[in-house]
Design a protein around this ligand. Structure first.
Ligand SMILES: [Zn+2]
Length: 502
């Protein structure tokens, strides 16, 4: 749309000066805020407040595509919030699992052929040095998969602070998925070493299952510097500012506030489109600019719908990246990975629903954390329910009824082994289909039943998000807030839907 000139035509000399001043001001403003540059939009005061006193991760990363390695230096400033003196700290190093066929989450029966089209490709993790308070300390993996790194430290008193540093090198597998490279697109989801969660007197140490998302983490602040060869773009959980490195590399810098993890993708192949929608910088990466623009349009619709339903999206940006994946998509804080095959002809509706599901995770996983290992329904079923509501809001009751028949009613009719329920932990499930039917489909039925029982749970979901923003809500937290909000004992209904075999 052409711009209109608002300066009157009389007094031309004065106008010229005014015009020059306006141009100078707008150029300066554009430099600071122009959304299509690499400048990040600034977090607002509420997000800054949420980020205060959180642990601080700083990572210096170097990707070498020729050697297929990522060198990682982590510097973590953390506080002991466990209420007890610690003698060790556990970091989750999920990338380790990709070393062996037996432990790789991408090597399951469901995923192997899609993840490793050229046969199994071993990743690797070489730990170089760990230090605590600037002194080298010992560290060892609890598990064969090398995903649980236990660092021995002198007594670390409750309420005190410390600094943990780590150097390691990853060998990157050729693998389609959250982690790995394919066709010069390099995905790094759940690979930065992060603190495990301390609960019930111990560090959590669940295995990296191939089904579901076995990740639980607290919110923290992340500063990331990534060096890549010239010609590579970087999509990430923060807006990344780029500058030439000293050695001919390109360095991307970004900072994310109050997030549970930090994912990133480097690629020489992806086109990028930026747009600001409702104050949020949307950055889309896809094979073509046309696809990226479509992603922007659909992501903006999802963000608008969910912001009005569940509370305003609190982060300054959202990155959406279409990459080769063996499943539909994967959510990260401020970032969605989408399966690029969803751009195929005739997949428009599926792409929109995929983006809606993954975008809903920004509220149910990223803003409100939950136990994704033992209570996967608490984010997945809620996101499916959110997609149904999105469709009803946008396309009406008939579209909602059709989608509900397909994604909720049909799973209720399926034959599922006894003992497998929506409330089961992820390691109970034996296939992706079983997991999605039970946790997504049957789990979403719980929220529809809650709508009927309460006259509508939208106010509850708003309250749930507000109450548990940047925290981890347990199932008990969910139940007790629900019961107190509704003034009813809904625990039997939850038990019926979540814990009862059909
Ligand atoms: Zn999901």
């Amino acid at each position: 749309m052409p711009r209109r000139c608002i300066i009157p035509v009389s007094n031309r000399k004065g106008n010229l000066v005014l015009l020059l001043i306006l141009l100078a001001v707008s150029a300066a403003t554009a430099f600071l805020f122009w959304p299509t540059s690499e400048q990040a939009l600034q977090p607002d005061s509420r997000l800054i407040a949420a980020s205060e006193n959180l642990d601080e991760y700083t990572y210096s990363l170097r990707l070498d595509p020729a050697a297929k390695t990522l060198a990682i230096e982590m510097d973590l400033r953390m506080q002991n919030r466990t209420g007890t003196t610690l003698g060790d700290i556990v970091l989750r190093t999920y990338a380790g699992a990709y070393q062996l066929l037996d432990t790789s989450p991408a090597a399951s029966r469901d995923l192997f052929d899609k993840s490793y089209p050229n046969g199994f490709s071993a990743g690797g993790l070489t730990l170089q040095e760990v230090s605590w308070q600037d002194k080298v300390v010992s560290a060892a993996f609890d598990d064969t998969a090398q995903t649980i790194l236990r660092v021995s430290i002198p007594d670390f008193g409750s309420g005190t602070s410390g600094r943990l540093k780590l150097r390691l090198v990853l060998t990157i597998p050729e693998c389609l998925g959250r982690y790995g490279y394919y066709d010069d697109t390099w995905c790094f989801g759940n690979i930065l070493p992060i603190l495990s969660v301390f609960s019930d007197g111990a560090w959590r140490a669940e295995p990296y299952c191939s089904i579901g998302d076995p990740f639980v983490s607290q919110c923290a602040n992340y500063t990331v510097h990534l060096a890549v060869p010239q010609g590579y773009t970087c999509a990430a959980s923060a807006a990344m500012r780029s500058q030439p490195g000293v050695d001919g590399s390109q360095v991307y810098d970004g900072r994310a506030y109050a997030v549970r993890d930090f994912a990133f993708i480097a690629s020489s192949r992806l086109a990028k489109v930026n747009a600001v929608k409702n104050g949020v910088l949307l950055s889309a990466y896809a094979a073509t600019g046309k696809e990226a623009r479509l992603v922007i349009e659909l992501a903006a619709k999802s963000l608008a719908t969910f912001s009005s339903r569940y509370g305003e999206y609190p982060y300054p940006q959202l990155t959406i990246c279409a990459v080769p994946l063996p499943f539909g998509g994967m959510e990260y804080p401020c970032m969605l990975m989408l399966n690029s095959s969803f751009f195929a002809e005739g997949m428009g509706d599926s792409l929109e629903l995929l983006i809606a599901h993954e975008a809903a995770h920004q509220w149910f996983y990223a803003i409100v954390g939950s136990d994704q290992f033992y209570q996967p329904w608490q984010d997945e079923a809620l996101c499916e329910y959110a997609v149904l509501q999105y469709v009803r809001d946008r396309y009406g009751v008939d579209a909602y009824d059709s989608l509900r028949a397909l994604r909720v009613d049909a799973p209720m009719q399926e034959s599922i082994p006894s003992g497998i329920t929506p409330g089961s932990p992820i390691d109970y499930f034996t296939s992706m289909n079983e997991y999605s039917s039970v946790v997504y489909g049957r789990g979403a039925a719980l929220f529809i039943a809650l709508d009927t029982a309460t006259g509508g749970i939208l106010p509850f979901l708003k309250l749930y998000v507000k109450t548990f923003s940047y925290k981890i809500a347990s199932r008990d937290d969910f139940e007790s807030l629900l019961n107190s909000w509704s003034g009813q004992d809904l625990t039997p209904l939850l038990t019926d839907y979540l814990d009862t075999s059909m």
